[in-house]
Design a protein around this ligand. Sequence first.
Ligand code: ASP
Length: 340
Amino acid sequence: MNQAVLAIHGGAGAMARAEASDEARMAYETALAEILRSAGGILEQGGTALDAVTEAVRLLEECPLFNAGHGAVFTSDATHELDASVMDGSTLKSGAVAGLKTVRNPVLAARAVMEHSQHVMFVADGAEAFARAQGLECVAPDFFSTPLRREQLERVQQAQTGQMALDHDALASGAAGVPLSFSANAKASANPAANPAPLDEDRKLGTVGAVACDAHGNLAAATSTGGMTNKQPGRVGDSPIIGAGCYANNRTCAVSTTGTGEMFIRMVAAHDISARMEYTGASLEAAANAVVHEKLPQIDGRGGLVAVDAQGNVAMPFNTEGMYRGFIRVGQAPVVAIYA
Ligand code: ASP
């Protein structure tokens, strides 16, 4: 049996089920399925897990529905700061970047750090310079901007609460938690300043990621994000932190997370799943569930993850209302879902 499998996520939280229009759901599900088919083709042709996760995250970065690359959220200065990471489970080599402003595909910069430097992580100006020297495509900073993300920033700043909002936040997404461009009752929910909606933890996360197991049992993981709407410039979450938002080890599993980044860093969430498998013999499912449903809630950590092991098992737990997610096995149709 070919155990090759690719799993992806487009952020935990998700639109409130009751508020999500069929049109909005379909837009997300179609995008996830297309990306799975396209990047999954790499595994079908005998390609590596590393290439499959890199391509899946690159495509998620290109899709404006998701908070990474084009479509990334804004900082409080109305700029974009992008973070990404990648890890190869066969060598434990990894690469990460944080605070990128002009590199079109941050995941490619992370991969270049892994393959063409002696280091694991570059940040800000140094990361930009490294990516340019590697010949990666750079764009004007407003390439990443979309009208929806600008509306989100304006709503959060007009509310004058001083808070940050993760993607799909009730403030960032309109009171109904639905991106306004997809909301059937957008006008009714568009003015939280006049009628402030409480932050709904179940609706406020976003990031993209991929994990894969190839035909040789090699594992890889990649994660990319714009971070949080109205985040303070310089803030870095878990997505580019190896062991927190991304981890891969052929002996155990590959993991990509999405959620309240600070909590995932404090729990070293992705590596904890690997450690449980390695030290206690826990199954992928048991280890992933323990971290998402037992450990993270201890410090109010909200979100989810996708994970695979070298036998091709897939786990996609989340402790929010939903998580944009899916997987594809070689020779089979993609499976996508948003809610439990
Ligand atoms: N984990 C990401 C961060 O903290 C955000 C997210 O997944 O929504 O930057």
